[in-house]
Design a binder for this molecule. Structure first.
Ligand code: MD3
Ligand code: FE
Length: 217
């Protein structure tokens, strides 16, 4: 068990609900475990490499993805789904590393979701210019479970809308080590990432990674 995570948790009041009920921005919450996360990530990508998936509409995504855990999120011409098998390797996705699981559960708990049980971790890799257009995450079975997002590497502009696509969006800059939690009434809010700006991160290089932990069911 990594104690520094809990030192952070108990020593600082956490700014919650900045985007409304069910949201929490835990600034720097992942910093104390950054090297464990990055080395685990390397091991995952060796077994299930990052790839640019194709949307049902036929577009190649600018964000490259892989997964770990019991389920992985995939998209192809037939649609979006969670699958136990990586379609590229035809093997199960790599196990979720203990460092990932521990951070995800501690983050959800700090945000007021003590029963989070992630069985899927989608890993997004952004190169400069890559973006994720406004969408909802609704392929999971149980919307009472939150989503936990961990950002590593280059900063990003996060777009956060409402329950309808047309609702106005707020933006915040998220940086290396930030953890965001979305649950309850925020669980189905639209969100996205603006095109990644060029830059260089000391530890990660010219890349942004995002780990999103979910209970896919
Ligand atoms: C708000 N990823 O993988 S994480 C995704 O930074 C995704 O790569 C973005 O959106 C990224 O689906 C944003 C933050 C996030 C994730 C899920 C949410 C915010 C959310 C679900 C509901 C509301
Ligand atoms: Fe999403």
């Amino acid at each position: 068990m990594n104690t520094s995570l809990f030192e952070i948790e108990s020593s600082k009041p956490l700014p919650k609900d900045v985007f409304g009920v069910g949201t929490a921005v835990l600034s720097g919450f992942a910093l104390s475990v950054e090297s464990e996360l990055l080395s685990s990530l390397k091991g995952i990508a060796e077994r299930s490499p990052f790839r640019n998936m194709v949307t049902p509409g036929g577009f190649r995504m600018s964000v490259a993805m892989t997964n770990c855990g019991r389920y992985g999120w995939v998209t192809d011409r037939t649609g979006y789904r969670y699958d136990h098998i990586d379609p590229e390797t035809r093997q199960p996705w790599p196990d979720m590393p203990a460092s990932f699981l521990q951070l995800a559960v501690a983050s959800a708990e700090a945000a007021g979701f003590p029963a989070f049980s992630p069985d899927a971790c989608l890993i997004n890799r952004y190169e400069p210019g890559a973006r994720l257009s406004l969408h909802q995450d609704r392929n999971e079975r149980d919307f009472s479970q939150p989503i936990v997002s961990v950002s590593l590497g280059l900063p990003a502009m996060f777009l956060f809308g409402g329950l309808e696509r047309v609702d106005k969006t707020q933006r915040i800059r998220i940086v290396h080590g930030d953890v965001l939690v979305w649950g309850g009434p925020a669980r189905l809010r639209y969100h996205g990432i603006a095109p990644l700006r060029h830059g260089e991160h000391d530890l990660v290089g010219s890349i942004r990674y995002n780990l999103t932990f979910r209970n896919a069911g």
